[in-house]
Design a protein around this ligand. Structure first.
Ligand code: HEM
Length: 408
């Protein structure tokens, strides 16, 4: 347990946040399932992470079933309560009902219909990037592009005015803190403040749409919320709108930043994309494997008598499923530390699996492919300048700043 505990400490350290992959290797050497504390387990290999994600025996929210005291603690924090009330942390039967309502927004047909809009927004943002670069030379790829594309797409989809986008990056960053493995009091207070601000914002937007529905997801979901029994109740509506906004952009922002950083580190991959040796779809899939925007997810054992890789898991115990490690498991991916877009049967676990599989994985892929292909078409020699800064989180892995020169 002591050695496994050290692994958590190492992952949360500055060095681990900068590069968790050597630490994951040590975790896998301890075995697929390692006990960290009596009710805390680390899962580090592909087969076992996949099994835990897909098994109906593991729940998203152990507190909803297991522990009344913890439930009270969680209710006292709006940021935690918000995730608890969203599809992300619901369990059956609520999960299936809410997921069905939300899924209507992400059908393949709807996502295909959004492709043209995503291309248009990408081109506008690249124009603006060029203007900023001509004025100042270097630009920050994260702030000036990677944040804006997914945020604009989410704002349009939900029906949030685009001009409000600037408020959401810091709010999402604060709000997401409780999704990390360890969160301190200051981070929790900031998360609660962000949740309160987002509640106020979305409550007034909901009122506006209630009075005057538009062609947007808020209006659609409002119809559902007010409609037949069994749809979203007002609290679920609020929680899921806020979840969609934050889940929909910080993850995709990090995919774009991580993808560009891969290109900087692997000139041969850039050449392969420019010459058509690799497709952008293969490239984005390999970025998702190699440097996943979401590094871990939590599940908990829903009943006594469960086992994973032969290790007994007590009821209520939490599993930290390290997708970032599973994606580098040599038993599943030969030469896992090599970036190879031509990898056959590349199926990383970066969008999760089972009932909670990312509802918008197809949308995120379209955004990744569109952004990187149009960026490289236009700026094939884009290069880094100065020092990139990683965001200080383990779970949501990405860059805070990635300064670049466009015509390197
Ligand atoms: C590269 C971008 C993205 C990544 C890596 C990502 C990753 C994930 C992962 C790992 C989960 C699974 C959680 C679990 O198994 O417990 C998830 C769920 C979810 N994602 Fe994404 N996501 C991305 C983009 C998006 C976008 C663009 C949206 C919204 C527009 C979105 C909305 C959601 C929602 C609502 C869920 C909860 C589904 C459920 O619990 O049933 N995600 N995502």
């Amino acid at each position: 347990m002591k050695t496994a505990g050290k692994i958590i400490g190492a992952l949360m350290s500055a060095e681990g946040i900068s590069n968790p992959y050597p630490i994951y290797r040590k975790a896998r050497e301890l075995g697929p399932v390692t006990q960290i504390a009596p009710d805390w387990f680390l899962i580090s290999t592909y087969a076992e992470v996949r099994e835990a994600m897909r098994s109906a025996g593991y729940l998203k929210n152990r507190y909803s079933r297991v522990d009344e005291d913890q439930r009270a603690v969680r209710r006292a924090h709006r940021s935690i309560q918000l995730f608890d009330e969203s599809v992300l942390l619901q369990d059956p039967p609520e999960h299936g009902r809410v997921r069905k309502v939300l899924s209507a927004a992400f059908t393949p047909k709807r996502i295909a219909a959004m492709e043209g809009k995503i291309q248009q927004v990408t081109d506008q943002l690249l124009d603006a990037l060029a203007e900023r670069a001509s004025a100042s030379g270097a630009v920050d790829f994260m702030e000036d592009f990677a944040v804006r594309l997914p945020l604009t797409v989410m704002c349009d989809l939900l029906g949030v005015p685009r001009e409000d986008w600037g408020r959401f990056r810091p709010l999402a960053r604060d709000l997401n803190a409780p999704l990390e493995m360890i969160v301190d009091d200051a981070q929790l207070a900031a998360a609660d403040a962000a949740a309160a601000e987002l509640d106020e914002y979305f409550n007034s937007l909901i009122e506006l749409r209630r009075a005057d529905p538009q062609d947007d997801l808020i209006s659609v979901l409002l119809g559902e919320a007010d409609g037949e029994a069994g749809q979203l109740d007002p609290r679920e509506l609020l929680a899921n709108l806020e979840l969609l906004l934050v889940a929909g952009f910080e993850t995709t922002t990090n995919l774009l930043g991580n993808a560009l950083a891969v290109l900087f580190d692997h000139p041969e991959v850039r050449e392969g994309l420019l010459t058509g040796k690799y497709t952008y779809s293969e490239f984005i899939e390999e970025v998702l494997r190699f440097d996943a925007p979401v590094q871990h997810m939590i599940r908990s054992a829903g009943a006594p008598g469960m086992q994973l890789a032969g290790v007994p898991i007590p009821a209520g115990a939490e599993l930290v499923m390290l997708m970032g490690s599973a994606n580098r498991d040599p038993l599943r991916f030969p030469d896992p530390d090599v970036f190879n877009p031509a990898r056959p049967d590349n199926q990383p676990l970066s969008f999760g699996g089972g009932a909670h599989y990312c509802i918008a994985a197809a949308l995120a892929r379209v955004e990744g492919i569109t952004a990187l292909s149009r960026l490289l078409d236009r700026y094939p020699r884009i290069r880094p300048i100065g020092t990139p800064i990683r965001a200080d989180r383990h779970g949501l892995r990405g860059f805070r700043e990635l300064p670049v020169v466009l015509d390197g």
